[in-house]
Design a protein around this ligand. Sequence first.
Ligand code: NDP
Length: 448
Amino acid sequence: MALKNKYLIDLLETVKKRNQGEPEFIQAVTEVIETLEPVIEKRPDLVEAGVLDRLVEPERQIVFRVPWVDDNGKVQVNRGFRVQFNSAIGPYKGGIRLHPSVYIGIIKFLGFEQVFKNSLTTLPMGGGKGGSDFDPKGKSDGEVMRFCQSFMTELCKHIGADTDVPAGDIGTGAREIGYMFGQYKRLRNEFTGVLTGKGLTYGGSLARTEATGYGLCYFTDEMLKANGKSFQGKTVVISGSGNVAIYATEKATALGAKVVALSDSNGYIYDPDGIDLACVKQLKEVERKRIKEYVATHPNATYTEGCKGIWTIKCDIALPCATQNEIDGESAEILVKNGCWCVSEGANMPSTPEAINTYLANGILYGPAKAANAGGVATSGLEMSQNSERLSWTFEEVDAKLHGIMVSIFKACESAAKEYGMEGNYMAGANIAGFLKVAEAMKAQGCV
Ligand code: NDP
């Protein structure tokens, strides 16, 4: 989409100059700025208040050394990050990613997206994100613990239940959150809801583990219904086999679909009989093994090396749930050619700009990540509420609230897109609806 508004063109140029070497961050900002053009035309007051100029610059970026000792007694050093992006509508909130690909540009793109996503949830949460280039894969529990303790030793100076509340993301599951929470408690001598995604015995919320995957399906189901369709009897391809992919598979199956493929960073499995989720949970959640082990016990299933090929499998609905930019323009073309008519995003920014253009040009129903995967952070918000009340809600209560939030997010995207003349473009709707709430709060709070 080519921008016409001079102010936005100049702003994007500044962002590009100021953030050189951070292509993922520039990609995320470009997408939002392009879809906000009609809002900016209508709201000169927001330009005058410098809302967008401030919104594209994180409030604070913390980069730190994370030294730890491996099982051989050797000192290892990783780099830790926390980007506190925007606190206009609440304390910073966003996950911690542990993956070798992590650098400041990845954390900034995720933090920027988080601002809009958190706004869409209707809950009072600002946006932030953190992480490290540490790779938990292949490390012993002791090594993971020592890393997490070292990471939290620095991070604890910058976070707090009313300041910044991190959570899980790629590579950060219940084990890592547990070690980080323990260290925070030891250092600060306080038991507060400083992290979400905690274990159920120490302040975690029921349904948080399932929330992002379930929420993705609730959002998608609402989008399908609004367009006279449903999951019933449809063939679904899901990438990844981590937290989001597993629970998206569970809910999509419960809603009547057949999920035929899953992947990890080495390759993908295709099971024409439908994925046996109990087996995947055992492999991934308990044994921490690779997805290719699945075929050893499922003779009708096949395993193929490499991630990209998963998008050549014929399906009605594709749910990318692994990582950023995993569907490029070429894969999107193949999906369309094979009859796929819906793409809804569990991962953050899994589609390149070329892929998104292909969806929009071919009338694909497209659920953008900011809206479609907001169920995880929404349920983290519900965990914070339970921690503040010192109460625990039932699974059914949390799940019902999650469902209600995902329906309301879809409606907000649908109506914002319509109001600004882009009916059916839920990406534009999500960006606009998420932006407006934050923008009003920033304007009201003055130039801070
Ligand atoms: P997990 O670590 O549980 O799982 C990630 C999955 O994606 C694994 O199967 C992993 O394979 C695969 N993967 C990771 N990186 C790559 C890569 N570079 N190339 C190919 N495959 C890759 O993470 P989550 O399920 O929690 O997160 C998945 C996505 O969902 C991320 O984009 C995350 O930001 C997003 N998300 C997560 C939320 C949550 O609540 N957890 C909330 C909202 C969004 P392997 O095991 O081989 O690394």
